[in-house]
Design a protein around this ligand. Structure first.
Ligand SMILES: CC(C)(COP(=O)(O)OP(=O)(O)OC[C@H]1O[C@@H](n2cnc3c(N)ncnc32)[C@H](O)[C@@H]1OP(=O)(O)O)[C@@H](O)C(=O)NCCC(=O)NCCS
Length: 146
């Protein structure tokens, strides 16, 4: 990962706008999903982590709690031009640290097939198959005990 890339929470309105734009660009636009489909009602009470290079947001990930001890990670995305440089891994690790501090004893996530190996490397294990999104993206539910 390049030295100038910083992994931290978005703070300003402008940073949040860029953060959601990246989510949409990487996770929704390629499947012709409308703007707004990249957000949900849990965003207000979630932990958000981004990777920022100068003033460009190039990575993002979110964590929320399903119960007192179970956290879930969603919306992990890295700009196409910066993938495979460990930015996703760094975001995941910072998110985990944050969720563990807040009391997570278990972290679950629903991984797109392509991302399964990323999570396996951080000790997540598949426990059931998920649905097929947008008619083509296979998902797997994965879990990590803390
Ligand atoms: C998945 C994603 C978030 C990973 O972020 P990243 O910064 O590219 O990943 P990393 O560089 O940290 O990769 C770590 C490991 O994950 C695996 N991995 C990551 N991207 C992969 C890909 N496209 N194909 C196969 N394995 C991949 C590899 O094992 C990789 O290790 P290696 O590069 O040493 O082989 C990013 O590629 C992305 O946004 N992809 C498109 C959207 C998406 O699928 N999001 C995940 C939703 S669950």
């Amino acid at each position: 990962m390049k030295e100038k890339i910083i992994i931290r929470e978005p703070k300003t309105e402008d940073e949040f706008q860029k953060y959601y734009d990246l989510r949409w660009q990487v996770l929704r636009e390629p499947w012709s999903q409308p703007k707004g489909s990249e957000q949900d009602k849990m965003d207000k009470e979630s932990t958000h982590i981004m990777a920022i290079l100068d003033d460009k947001v190039i990575g993002c990930g979110r964590g929320h709690f399903n119960s007192k001890e179970q956290a879930q990670i969603r919306y992990m995305a890295v700009d196409n031009n910066f993938q495979r440089q460990k930015i996703g891994t760094e975001i995941l690790l910072v998110l985990e640290e944050n969720l563990i501090k807040k009391g997570a004893k278990e972290i679950i996530l629903k991984a797109r097939e392509r991302a399964v190996s990323l999570y396996k490397k951080q000790d997540y294990r598949i426990y059931k198959e998920g649905e097929i999104l947008f008619g083509e993206i296979k998902h797997y539910w994965m879990r990590k005990e803390i």
